[in-house]
Design a protein around this ligand. Structure first.
Ligand SMILES: Nc1ncnc2c1ncn2[C@@H]1O[C@H](COP(=O)(O)OP(=O)(O)OP(=O)(O)OP(=O)(O)OP(=O)(O)OC[C@H]2O[C@@H](n3cnc4c(N)ncnc43)[C@H](O)[C@@H]2O)[C@@H](O)[C@H]1O
Length: 141
């Protein structure tokens, strides 16, 4: 099974929670959070950190990571099952913009509803809802 890992990254700017999405430079030019293939022998969390550095330029020190609450998507790519593990992470400095790699041609910071519309896939939309609820629940504590 193909396996990938990454981060659903958000920032707080002008009182709003905004999610980062990147536009693929290949295939159907889909939008997704930073993530990528888990290399042989690599643990999922290390992959998430590596891919986020490669695709967005952010390092672990730039992020507040919600390590205990990953969510998983399962879908088919070209008829083969794929699993993607995402952790939620907040950008410490909301003004630190991503540095894109050749894998992406554009980025957007979007509110929850706009991010859900942009990703399109129902399971990804549900994941954004769940992560958003986690953020609000933690804020209340
Ligand atoms: N298709 C491609 N063509 C050319 N070069 C490629 C390529 N994919 C990767 N590469 C290149 O391969 C190298 C290694 O990449 P690397 O990032 O190391 O590995 P990867 O596993 O291919 O990385 P991703 O998981 O980020 O790939 P992806 O964007 O294709 O996956 P996603 O699941 O979002 O998307 C895969 C498909 O699933 C669809 N999809 C996304 N989310 C869902 C969902 N929730 N439900 C159903 N379908 C979905 C997308 O629309 C898309 O069609 C890189 O240089 C990269 O540029």
């Amino acid at each position: 099974m193909k396996k990938a890992a990454g981060f659903v990254l958000f920032r707080r700017l002008c009182g709003q929670i905004e999610y980062l999405l990147l536009k693929a430079s290949y295939g159907d030019f889909h939008w997704s959070s930073p993530k990528g293939h888990v290399d042989p022998g690599e643990d999922d969390f290390t992959t998430a950190l590596r891919e986020t550095k490669e695709e967005a330029g952010y390092e672990e020190k730039d992020l507040i990571i919600h390590r205990d609450t990953p969510l998983t998507l399962n879908y088919q790519v070209k008829g083969k099952p794929k699993i993607v593990i995402y952790w939620l992470a907040e950008l410490r400095d909301p003004n630190q913009e991503p540095i894109l790699s050749e894998e992406h041609t554009a980025l957007k910071w979007l509110t929850k509803e706009a991010a859900k519309e942009c990703v399109g896939f129902k399971d990804n939309q549900d994941m954004i809802d769940k992560f958003h609820e986690m953020i609000l629940a933690k804020d209340k504590k």
